[in-house]
Design a binder for this molecule. Structure first.
Ligand SMILES: *[C@@H]1O[C@H](CO)[C@@H](O)[C@H](O)[C@H]1NC(C)=O
Ligand SMILES: *[C@@H]1O[C@H](CO)[C@@H](O)[C@H](O)[C@H]1NC(C)=O
Ligand SMILES: *[C@@H]1O[C@H](CO)[C@@H](O)[C@H](O)[C@H]1NC(C)=O
Ligand SMILES: *[C@@H]1O[C@H](CO)[C@@H](O)[C@H](O)[C@H]1NC(C)=O
Length: 301
């Protein structure tokens, strides 16, 4: 099918800068305070499947939906509507009926080793730290944190792999109408079970999978990966309504094409994105920049 020369395309891509960091860092340095030292509540999982319902001191907005409680599920993820003991990972986008925050969704078994603990804050130095971090990563918002929840999986074992030790943390931060999550990664063991890190929403109107986080042999690299130039840390703004794309860097590009079949067909858009990537790099973006198509729209001249 051919279209007249004068048709324009609007191509929306998300730009993700994957900085690889070379020097080794002591990962727990990026962790927010946790454990008994910080006064955390411990999620005592006698068996390998357990969840703790946490009544939130302050409502948390996740892509337009307001939640007053959250479940800290032992298998490395948080849910809002009900607890989940699911150790079989559903890959994002699920297009399902749950909002999910998954710092590292996999089959965790703390009956072997490890501690899962959490704590909420509405005052003190943790709020100061959260305020500083968010203003650094999202500089134009003049953000002030008034509530933080930290949940930590400290040296937990994977099911059926005793001796594995994996440490990660998720930090929920809110203030005013804004909400953010941080995911912090320490030493992460290779996983033989299914695994995935990121978040997903009801009907997957917004979702994010940390690249390579669904490859068990690659996940030790989480410790070196980041979207905010801090090795081992990923930061996301998550308050936006479900119809808004939050994914940090959304770019709208208007292109004039002389002919096209249908760029929405699989395989057709990739060469275009590759060209676009090369152009962006010329204008100063890191060559590790990754483009994925969010939306494509045909417009009249
Ligand atoms: C889950 O954890 C709670 C404590 O948070 C504990 O009382 C309960 O027995 C645990 N349930 C299972 C099935 O481990
Ligand atoms: C998501 O699920 C709905 C049915 O609940 C279906 O109509 C829709 O096509 C699905 N979307 C995608 C992208 O799979
Ligand atoms: C999700 O999709 C289903 C089916 O398309 C729809 O009925 C439902 O209202 C949607 N839920 C939300 C929260 O948008
Ligand atoms: C992180 O990067 C450093 C330097 O490249 C490397 O020595 C180390 O093995 C990496 N760690 C992981 C867990 O990939």
């Amino acid at each position: 099918m051919r279209f007249p020369l004068s048709h324009y395309l609007l191509v929306f891509v998300s730009v993700l800068s994957l900085s690889r960091v070379t020097e080794a860092q002591s990962a727990p340095a990026i962790f927010y305070p946790f454990g008994s030292v910080a006064g955390d509540t411990v999620n005592i999982a006698i068996e390998d499947e357990n969840s703790t319902q946490v009544d939130l001191w302050s409502p948390f907005v996740f892509f337009g939906r307001i939640y007053n409680r959250i479940y800290v599920n032992s298998n490395g993820h948080l849910t809002f509507k009900q607890s989940s003991s699911q150790y079989i990972v559903n890959y994002f986008p699920i297009n399902g009926s749950e909002d999910i925050i998954a710092p590292l969704w996999t089959d965790v078994d703390v009956s072997i080793n490890g501690i899962i603990s959490y704590q909420q804050y509405s005052s003190g130095s943790v709020l100061t730290q959260a305020t500083q971090d968010i203003n650094q990563y999202f500089p134009d918002l003049s953000f002030t944190a008034n509530w933080v929840l930290v949940a930590t999986w400290d040296r937990v074992a994977y099911f059926y792999h005793s001796g594995t030790e994996t440490s990660f943390q998720v930090v929920l931060i809110s203030g005013g109408d804004l909400a953010f999550i941080l995911m912090n990664y320490g030493d992460i063991a290779v996983a033989y079970n299914m695994v995935q890190a990121g978040y997903d929403t009801i009907n997957s109107t917004a979702y994010f999978k940390i690249p390579e986080s669904d490859v068990g042999s690659s996940i030790p690299n989480l410790k070196n990966s980041t979207n905010v130039n801090v090795p081992g840390r990923w930061a996301f703004r998550v308050d936006s309504g479900p119809d808004q794309n939050i994914q940090g860097n959304i770019l709208g590009v208007q292109m004039r094409v002389t002919s096209f079949s249908d760029l929405r067909e699989s395989g057709k858009i990739e060469p275009v994105l590759e060209k676009l990537q090369q152009e962006l790099v010329k204008y100063g973006l890191p060559s590790s920049v990754k483009l994925t198509l969010r939306r494509i729209q045909k417009t009249q001249p």
